[in-house]
Design a binder for this molecule. Sequence first.
Ligand code: C2E
Ligand code: MG
Ligand code: MG
Length: 697
Amino acid sequence: MDNNSKKNNNAGKRISNILDQSEKKLYEALFEISPDMNYLLDKDGYVVNISASSEKYLKYSREELLSFYFLDLVHEDDIDIAKEVYSKVMEKEASQFEIRLHNRDKEIIHFEVSSIPIFEGEEIIGAFGIARDITAKKEIERKLREDEQRYRSLFDDNVDAVITFDLEGRFTSVNKATEELMGCSADELIGKPFLPFIVPSLQEYTIKEFLKVLEGRSIQYETAMYNREKESVDLHITLIPIIIDDETIGIHCIGKDITVQKRAESALNDMAFNDYLTKLPNLYALNRYLDYLIESEEQFSIFMMDLDRFKTINDSWGHEMGDQLLKAVTQRLANHISVESKLFKYGGDEYVIVLKHKNMDEIYELAQVVKDLFKESFVFNEIEISISSSVGISIYPEDGTNMDTLFKKADNALYFSKIHGRNNVVMFRSIENEHDDKLTRMESYLRNAIKNNELSLVYQPQIDMSSREIDGVEALLRWDNPVLGSVSPYDFIPVAEESGLIIEIGNWVMDSACRQIQEWSKTDLGDLSVSVNISTHQFYHMDFITKIQEVLDDTKIDPRLLVLEITESIASNSDIVIDQLIQLKELGVKVSIDDFGTGYSSLKYLKDFPIDYLKIDKSFVQGIEKSKKDQDLVSTIITLAHNLGFETIAEGPETVKQVQFLIEHRCDYAQGYYYSRPITPENLEIWITNYSIKKKR
Ligand code: C2E
Ligand code: MG
Ligand code: MG
């Protein structure tokens, strides 16, 4: 037995001596059966007795424990508490405290301890303690604390405003982000209703949404409020009911500031759906609006409006003036049309008004308003500009049940208005049986083109690639119509062919070109050859050869200066063609195959034709830089053409690289924008002074 144990035994005896027999029994029973760990310490702090339950907690045998000093098992962080409490007890003070002990397995056990001093007379001889295991409770507390902290930080540190409201919509708690967002402190907010902060126009809606949460489900919506600086802040709101025991007692709210996002959205919307200059909704917006009207089966009409001669104003006064005019027209329109009508910008100088009408009178009324709008002129910087407008109207559903048809018919009506003197409002239904087809319209104009002096010829130079001299020019037809503007030959030649007008037009071209040769023959340009395009219809017309003969006789020009460009498709129709070509040869004119390479005829096939030139189609020439295949094609055509005794003309070179390639591959002539666009005879006479002309006489 060591010293400690001896001491313990002594103290234990002294304590048990204090008690009488019955007390002792009771004490021993209580000491032993209690689930708590009861212990006795002597005044030096050694364990003198400890209940059996200690073995369960501390995993030491009772005998072992009886040799421990009171601090032996105390968790290092709790040593100070243990010492302090012990000394308090030794100074006659009962104490209650919590402490952690290590057991043999190094597990930490939390105890709640009550300790009292034990007296022998006046003297304190030790301490009695009851230690209750509270490890489980501590664990729950720790968990709760952790949860609380977690939720706290969700609340406190959230970048979004997190708020709780009572059922009347008053603030009951707010986080830091809320204070920042609203520019108010928590104190200023708590107890106040939120509604006055909401932008007035959204208050009714917001309250409606807010009330939904009282039905017990979470909801989300967007709204906007004013902050302290009276700036509007867009918000995305999530509301969650706080339900305890089936009763909603408050509302959690998360408010996200979406101002930046909203602005970006609206800027994008603006760009996508509004005309840049006038800020009017544009074609996309119009499409959407019409979709909506058609879906909701509303009756409506489309007024397609176009400013007459706007281009002339733009050209003569400049774009800035044009822009100002468009803005002013927009203003005037917006001021005068009724609420039933909506205004859109359709294109450069085109507007569309969509009118939701109930009867025809409303349409007539608006038509009158639009017409009257332009009676007064516009004034900018003391410049007075008078302008009129043409309007075409189509009606849904009478004129069509889809947008395409309605637009097309309104456009047709507009077109009709333009060609009938402009400054007019025309309903599609009133012209339904007239010429509404674009081609027929073009044809009717083309019919009068010669008589009205609307046709002219421009000339594009052809350069000899080895000598850099000008060899000739190609005559290209131009048509300038007061209504249609300048129309591309790619568009009107097919119409002329279809309608048979090509014969008359072709003859006009032939006459004009030969007259030009005749004129130039008296000048320095006398050696220029002139190529004239011959349409298939012309070529097969029975009077074709006679006509050429007549012109040559009339003008007395050198026939070698006239080159007829026929297309590859004519040339591939060999039997009939060959006769005709021979006759042309006899007249002394030259023949060229235009657009060579696009018509699927082979050079082999052409070898029997009495022709002079192959014009390599511009699609190949322009492909030279990008495509090896086009390079091969061009060089092969040149080589084979030379072998067959034809000269080659490259059509459409635009760049120096293309020109270099053509020179390297011995192409004979080139005609393209690189040298010159087709120009008027007057301009040609100026342009040509920089070159010398290849002598032919
Ligand atoms: P084409 O006979 O093949 O005439 C060449 C076309 O290519 C011309 O177009 C000319 O302006 C264009 N061109 C020339 N060099 C370049 C270039 O470097 N780049 C580009 N992108 N284009 C170039 P244009 O004047 O518009 O004539 C188109 C077509 O209309 C002509 O093609 C011809 O088939 C027909 N055409 C023109 N005038 C008459 C005519 O008096 N009678 C007939 N029947 N057809 C004609
Ligand atoms: Mg041609
Ligand atoms: Mg061509």
